[in-house]
Ligand binder design. Sequence first.
Ligand SMILES: [Zn+2]
Length: 156
Amino acid sequence: MIVFDLTCDSGHRFEGWFGSSDDYAGQRGRGLVSCPQCGSCAVVKAPMAPAVPRKGNSQPAAMPALPTRQPMARGPMPPEVAEALGKLAEAQARALQDSRWVGDAFAEQTRAMHYGERDPETIHGQASLEEAQALFEEGIPVAPLPFPVAPPDELN
Ligand SMILES: [Zn+2]
C-alpha cells in the first residue's frame, strides 16, 4: 500500500491509499478518486512538505542520514562549544520532560498515533535505522534526537 496526500480544486487536503502509483493514476483517470469533503474529482497530489527529492532517482523521499559513526576531535573542547552543547542537552531534556519513554515500541506507537488508532501523546524511544526509514517513507514526522537518552529503568 502507498499513501498519497491529495488535494481537490477547492483546496481540501486528504489522504488516499492505493496499491501503487499506477493504481492511483488508474483510479484518478476513471474519476474514482474524489474529495471526501466536497466530492470533487479534480484531485491532484498535494506537495509533500518535508520530503526532499533524491537526486537522479524517482523515489519520492530520502531519509536524512543518521550517523553511524561518531565525529570526534582530539584535545580539549573549546568552552563555547561545551557551553552550546550543554544548552542543547538541557533543551532536549526540557523537551522530553512531558514525553513518555516507550523504548523499542517507538515505531509501533508512532504509527498507531499517525493512523488514529490511539490518542496522540508525546513519546520518545528508540528505533532501528530500518524502522526510522519506514516511518519516514510513510510520511510520519519523526526526528533523531541530538543526544542519546537513557531508558528510565536504566537510570537507577
Ligand atoms: Zn474538496
